[in-house]
Design a protein around this ligand. Structure first.
Ligand SMILES: O=C(O)CCCC[C@@H]1SC[C@@H]2NC(=O)N[C@@H]21
Length: 199
């Protein structure tokens, strides 16, 4: 499928480029995108590397959640990550390493990713996914939101001091998250080029 530059409206996110000839088809498209975003995050969560001494693993989840927000926009990104969180709490084994339920100290990061996908989606609609530098800023904002919820939650859930929560729940992930942001910096502007937007 190819897209001409004229199909890319200002203020669009990548998902808006997918054609839908009627309101009904747009609903089907959005439903598939929301389900697909949740499934992608669930698969990315299984790419998990334990961090010695920390209850929180390095995972592919953050990358997937931020990509879902940026490419679907705030509303569909929020719905997709809400579906991911609710289905996981209800028993779907698609949190990191096949876990489910809310009784884990890393659950705050999942809530953070839900909020982050929404923020990243709103920024993407304002052009935050066009060009490498703007994408880097958008990803950094999404990561910051994820940690702003995840680290305090970890401190409370695992009975850690603020310093311990930062040492166990933030510091070990900074390099990996920078690499994920670098991947997104390549992927999102490249995707826009592919669909014909040169901005
Ligand atoms: O147990 C879960 O499913 C949630 C795992 C959360 C992992 C966090 S997200 C931010 C940071 N970056 C990573 O790669 N891992 C942690």
């Amino acid at each position: 499928m190819s897209f001409s530059a004229s199909t890319v409206r200002p203020g669009a996110v990548l998902a808006d480029v997918l054609p839908a000839s009627s309101a009904g088809r747009a609903r089907v498209r959005d439903t598939v995108l929301v389900l697909g975003g949740a499934a992608l995050t669930g698969v990315a969560a299984q790419i998990a590397v334990p961090v010695p001494g920390s209850p929180v693993p390095v995972t592919g989840q953050t990358f997937a959640a931020l990509l879902v927000g940026a490419s679907l926009g705030a509303r569909r990104g929020l719905l997709s990550m809400a579906l991911y969180a609710v289905a996981g709490v209800a028993g779907m084994p698609w949190f990191s390493e096949g876990a489910s339920g809310a009784a884990m100290p890393s659950f705050g990061y999942i809530l953070g990713m839900l909020l982050a996908a929404t923020v990243v989606g709103a920024l993407a609609r304002r052009g935050g996914d066009r060009g490498m530098l703007r994408t880097a800023g958008t990803m950094a904002a999404g990561m910051a939101v994820t940690y702003a919820v995840g680290v305090p939650y970890l401190a409370v859930a695992a009975d850690l001091t603020a310093g311990e929560a930062i040492a166990d729940g933030l510091v070990p992930f900074l390099v990996g998250d920078a690499l994920k942001a670098a991947l997104a910096m390549g992927a999102l502007p490249a995707a826009w080029k592919l669909v014909g937007d040169k901005s």
